[in-house]
Structures are given as C-alpha cells and as structure tokens.
Design a protein around this ligand. Structure first.
Ligand code: ZN
Length: 221
C-alpha cells in the first residue's frame, strides 16, 4: 500500500477515535441508561447507502429513535429480514423509505450494469421489479428515482397490509435533495408518498399534517 493511502487512513482513524473520545466525555451514564436494556425506535428508515445521505439532515437525535436499514437503491426485498425486524418485531409506527437525488444505483440500472461484479448485479437486478419496463428515454433520472420510491412503498403496503389497515403503521415515501434539484433548498427532505398515495412534494409540516388527517379518515372508513 502506498504511503499517501496509509496517511489518509491514519488521519481518518484519528478523527474517528478523537470524535468518539469527545462523545464519551460529553455523555454521562444517564444518557445511555434508557436504552441499555433494549432499543425502542419510533421509525424504521430504509434508505440508500450513499454517503451523501446522512441522518443528521433530518434527525437531530437518532440514537434509539431510528432503526436504519441501508442498501444501494433503498430496496426492501434485498433486506427484507431487516425491514421486517423494524416493523414487526420493534413495532415502529412509521416505515420511511427514503431515496435521494443522483442515486448511483438507479443511474446504473438505467444505463446498464452487466460489467459490474456478480454481487452488485444481483442487488441491482431487484430494481427490475420497480423500474421495468423502462419508460420513455425522455424521463429524467429523478423521475426513475421517484418511481423506485413509490414502487418500494407499494411492496411495503403488500408486506404490512394488516398493520396498515389497523392504523398501526404509516408507510412514507420520501426524497432527499442534497443538490437542490427541486429548487427548495440544498438538503431538503420531501414526503412524496403516504401509505401508497402519491402526494405533491411535501416539505412543510402544515401540509403534511393535512394529508395525514385525510389518511387517518380513510383508515376509519
Ligand atoms: Zn442511492
């Protein structure tokens, strides 16, 4: 391994150790006590592994709150057991499926990926379920990213219909826009699907709560 790489690794690890040390020093045992016996998250988050998508953009405190499942392309079926664990064993009342702009998995699926290794191919193959048949070539990458999010929500609706019907689970599709492609600010989170209902990109709580109220009325019907 060359010297420059070793230096980079050493610097990164130094950063990790120093950050952890200051984390330990700035927290007392009281901070950990509530969740040492067991975890009690309130949301299962299925998102893409992309390093540009990180929880601090929308969760100020994610410890013991967010049960996170990540893979390339935020797909349910490639991590079905983990998503089941959050929804059925930890009983989080929300499952959020979060995609993001400039998703490399969707880009690779759309442009052809047979040259990548077998393991990567195997994961990307699952996107056939949500993105095939390919529609007009005119459609943007963002169109397919959103289509994948909606399709993943549809899969979740089938998997967890009982809980959803009882009002015990809300499935949300969301989009994270770190590149301001939607013109609403860098790092904006949009809700784009509520229990299978495609909604206009919601970014404010007032609009979201209006849609949520409608959704709970539908539940009661
Ligand atoms: Zn991605």
């Amino acid at each position: 391994m060359d010297q420059a790489n070793l230096m980079d690794q050493a610097n990164l690890l130094k950063e990790v150790i120093l950050h952890n040390d200051s984390f330990v020093k700035s927290h007392s045992h009281k901070d950990f006590e509530p969740y040492i016996p067991k975890q009690d998250p309130c949301i299962t988050l299925l998102t893409c592994s992309d390093s540009r998508v990180q929880l601090e953009a929308f969760f100020p405190e994610s410890i013991n709150k967010v049960f996170v499942v990540r893979n390339i392309g935020n797909q349910i079926l490639t991590n079905r057991g983990s998503v089941d664990y959050g929804v059925l064993c930890l009983n989080t009342p929300i499952l959020m499926i979060l995609g993001h702009v400039d998703c490399g998995a969707i880009k690779a699926f759309m442009s052809g990926y047979s040259h990548t290794n077998l393991n990567i191919c195997a994961e990307l193959n699952h996107l056939h379920l949500s993105l095939s048949p390919k529609e007009s070539k005119e459609n943007s990458l963002l169109f397919y990213i959103e289509k994948n999010i909606h399709s993943q929500v549809e899969i979740a609706l089938e998997m967890y219909s009982e809980k959803i019907d009882k009002g015990e689970l809300l499935v949300l599709g969301a989009l994270y826009d770190f590149a301001n492609q939607c013109g609403q600010g860098y790092g904006r989170l949009f809700i784009i699907n509520i229990n299978g209902k495609v909604v206009p990109k919601i970014r404010d709580y007032e609009t979201l709560s209006k849609f949520l109220k409608e959704e709970s009325k539908n539940d009661k019907k």
